[in-house]
Design a protein around this ligand. Structure first.
Ligand code: F6P
Length: 347
């Protein structure tokens, strides 16, 4: 079969491990495999390269994606559906493997509904795709964020400050929750569960009365309810709202606004650190390399079994497949019980 493989959406540690595994397995099974550059854009630009064992040598430990990526959405282009079908037919692709997050899975599903044989491999540091217990990239992001919290503790303790760490997490606070618990944060703020500014201050004061002269707050960039409360009661927020190519609002900034208000409320010197792209760059953990490898190999097995319109996924210790349509039906958010566990340490 002729397989096209692309990476779409934000880059993520472990992508190269997936690409490597797919290529190695596909070659063993006598498939031809073409790398499509820069996500779905490469299909429109006919930007391809045949991949062999040489092209994927030495990449398992590298962050990013050797194929490049973009948030290009074929279906927001003029005559997008027709162009997509035309390009697939012209290159005689039998199947496209799309490695992507939630936005990219929507595109993959639409392409499948148009009649393209698509297989998905879920990717995101945010860990918010349904139907899979975990996504590769998440473990690396959590490790980096936990390391950042450990380091922030040093200055927090020495200077008796409140330190705020803003991490990624658009709709789901998985990174904030896991790194916050692992790093011993005193307050974790995530999009799924609201905490008022008064409640935040109450926890900080409780700690002060116990003799704790510093605190660590981890906030997910998507905890926008905080921005709303700050705007309503405290100050005007002059955000210059920008959107990405998937039409999603660009996030980032809540940590800095929160720092100003927390300093005012608590009287403690407060500083914010935005972890940003550091948390999705660089070397993937062994866990993410292993997970990416297993998901990639499974994707090629799915081709032989003609399991199109499906996505490889993790359930327990098994790699399975689920319909892409189920994966995109709702986001996987942090459950109440887990947040309740985190709250044990908010004091
Ligand atoms: O991959 C998802 C994500 O990590 C989100 O948490 C974040 O909002 C987004 O990527 C930012 O990525 P970019 O600036 O590359 O669009």
């Amino acid at each position: 079969m002729k397989i096209g493989i692309l990476t779409s959406g934000g880059d993520c540690p472990g992508l190269n491990a997936v690409i490597r595994a797919i290529v190695r397995k596909a070659i063993l099974e006598n498939h031809t495999i073409l790398g499509i550059y820069n996500g779905w854009k490469g299909l429109f630009d006919e930007h391809y390269k045949q991949l062999d064992t040489k092209s994927i040598a030495g990449i398992i430990n590298r962050g990013g994606t050797i194929l490049g990526t973009s948030r290009f959405n074929p279906f927001t282009e003029k005559n997008g559906s027709e162009t997509l079908l035309h390009k697939v037919a012209k290159e005689e692709f039998d199947v496209i493997i799309s490695i992507g997050g939630e936005g990219s899975m929507h595109i993959a599903q639409k392409a499948y509904e148009l009649g393209v044989n698509v297989i998905g491999v879920p990717k995101t540091i945010d860990n918010d795709i349904s139907g899979t217990d975990v996504t590769f990239g998440f473990d690396t992001a959590v490790s980096i964020a936990t390391d950042a919290i450990d380091r922030l503790h040093t200055t927090a303790e020495s200077h008796h400050r409140i330190m705020i760490l803003e991490v990624m997490g658009r709709h789901a606070g998985w990174i904030a929750l896991h790194s916050g618990i692992a790093g011993g944060a005193d307050i974790i703020l995530i999009p799924e569960f609201k905490m008022s500014l008064d409640e935040i201050n109450e926890i900080l004061m409780k700690r002060y009365k116990r003799g704790k002269l510093f605190s660590i707050i981890v906030v997910a960039e998507g905890a926008e309810y905080i921005m709303d409360e700050i705007e309503q009661g405290h100050k005007n927020i002059q955000t210059n709202v920008k959107y990405d190519d998937f039409g999603r609002k660009r996030l980032g900034g809540v940590g800095n606004y929160l720092a100003e208000v927390v300093e005012e409320m608590s009287g403690f010197e407060t500083r914010a650190t935005v972890l940003g792209y550091v948390q999705r760059g660089g070397v993937p953990t062994a866990y993410d390399r292993m997970l990416g490898t297993r998901l990639g190999i499974h994707a090629v097995k799915m081709i032989s079994e003609k399991k199109f319109g499906m996505m490889s996924a993790v359930r327990g210790s098994d790699i399975i497949e689920i319909p892409i349509v189920d994966a995109i039906s709702k986001l996987k958010t942090v459950p109440t019980e887990l947040y309740e566990d985190a709250k044990v340490f908010f004091n």
